[in-house]
Design a binder for this molecule. Structure first.
Ligand code: GLN
Length: 446
């Protein structure tokens, strides 16, 4: 734990991955592990881990990178934090992110800009950019993020680390500050696939505090990591190597296809014809859910309250106007509009219907295949400042990850080489609750 803090002190001035740390608290946690005795069968015992700042922690501020929650001190720990403690892991600190997890570059944070450790003029991706950069920079060996439309997989891709979005319901969302409740999942970042599987094992499982968490048994995700994937049937959607995907990214993925074939898997081209509607469907549904979830930030219950207010309405309007950043306001307005009488049928209901079509596409492919592969993102890390003024371009960056959230499936990004010195990520997508197959393939590939 002390060595981890030394690494963070040495490196984080350049990267700015962390928003909060509490060295004394972490050392005490580590001492408590020493006192109970390290469980020799537990590879995670005593391992420090960083946590995205939208996961509530009792002894560390939790801001979701928003002025709205600046200095907010939660009164409880999220279930994943509790589970990590049971696994004898040590919580080191909280990582930077896009405000309320809305964004793809960590630039919408109200507090700081995190830099990509491979090239500090580039973004680390987002919204879990701080967690991904902290692992890539060697500050920590593991971190937690959250993924609503790609926020674990895309930054994993941009930083050359492994990032997993579990099946919807695999990990409890209790204590995750909600963005879009039907899409959000917490998941791990690590350097390698095996570590990733171990951390997911520690945080998975049914939780009475989250009615959407699943009662499905949690298998040992590390058990099948033998390197043997002979006979595995892999699908490559043609839409995932189509228009808008950079040539160098395509090249890295074609190479990955060859690697899988050499390992004894078969790779066939398939189609996910409705995935092209993923981005508009997501921005209607996710923003609608966000507009409802963010109603609680009213200047009364938590965090920021505007000064010199004249009436109750003034408290609401001014606190929200001054506390939320531009991107969050954009989503609240889009979501409120989509849910309004008169537009509900045209936008929200239609989007929910198309979501079903996207789910059916995946179901059809998984009738015949064990796994789907493709790029995680259409490009490598872009320049800081390049896309932040142009929301549509930023939104399109998630075109390859969003359909997986809409269908509730598990997805993972593993490093698949470099283009001009920047990491390229390979995305692996599996059937619901079949993370084991995804890890098996990722481990054989890495
Ligand atoms: N970039 C997407 C968005 O801005 C996804 C974010 C996420 O997964 N939290 O909504």
């Amino acid at each position: 734990t002390k060595a981890t803090f030394a690494e963070i002190k040495a490196r984080d001035l350049k990267i700015s991955a962390f928003l909060a740390m509490n060295e004394e608290m972490a050392i005490n946690q580590a001492k408590a592990v020493d006192a109970t005795g390290i469980d020799a069968n537990n590879v995670l015992a005593g391992i420090p881990i960083a946590v995205k700042d939208n996961i509530v922690t009792k002894d560390l501020t939790t801001t979701a990178a928003s002025k709205m929650l600046e200095n907010f001190n939660p009164i409880y720990d999220a279930t994943v934090i509790e589970k990590m403690r049971q696994a004898q892991m040590v919580t080191i600190g909280k990582t930077n992110m896009d405000e309320f997890a809305m964004g793809g570059s960590t630039e919408t944070s109200a507090f700081k800009t995190t830099k990509n450790p491979w090239d500090t003029t580039k973004v680390p991706g987002g919204s879990s950019g701080g967690s991904a950069a902290a692992v890539a920079a060697g500050e920590v060996v593991a971190a937690l993020g959250s993924d609503t439309g790609g926020s674990i997989r895309q930054p994993a891709s941009f930083n050359g680390v492994v990032g997993t979005k579990p099946t919807y319901g695999r990990v409890s969302r209790y204590g995750l500050i909600a963005f879009a409740s039907s899409l959000d999942q917490i998941g791990p970042f690590t350097r390698g696939v095996k570590d990733n599987a171990a951390v997911l094992n520690a945080i998975s499982g049914n939780d009475s505090h989250d009615s959407t968490s699943s009662a499905q048994a949690v298998p040992d995700f590390t058990a099948g990591l033998t390197g043997d994937i002979k006979g595995m049937k892999i699908a490559l959607p043609k839409e995932y190597l189509g228009e808008g995907v950079d040539a160098d990214v395509k090249e890295a993925i074609q190479k990955a296809v060859k690697t899988f074939e050499e390992l004894g898997a078969t790779v066939d081209e398939v189609s996910l014809p409705n995935s092209k509607y993923g981005v508009p469907v997501y921005y209607i549904l996710a923003s609608s859910e966000a507009s409802s979830n963010l109603q609680r930030f009213d200047g009364i219950r938590y965090g920021f309250r505007a000064q010199d207010v004249k009436s109750l309405e003034d408290v609401y309007v001014r606190s929200r106007s001054e506390g939320f950043g531009d991107e969050v306001k954009r989503r609240i307005m889009l979501g409120t509009f989509s849910l309004s009488a008169g537009t509900y049928d045209v936008f929200f209901k239609k989007a929910a219907q198309v979501r079903t079509l996207i789910c059916n596409d995946f179901r059809n492919v998984f009738n015949d295949y064990d796994l789907i592969i493709g790029p995680t993102a259409p490009n490598t890390a872009f320049n800081i400042g390049d896309k932040i003024e142009d929301p549509i371009t930023m939104y399109m960056n998630d075109i390859l990850t969003i359909p997986v959230n809409l269908a509730g499936l598990p997805g993972m990004s593993v490093p698949a080489g470099f283009s001009k010195g920047l990491p390229v990520g390979l995305q692996l997508i599996a059937k619901s609750f079949d993370e084991a197959t995804m890890y098996r393939a990722g481990y054989a590939f890495e």
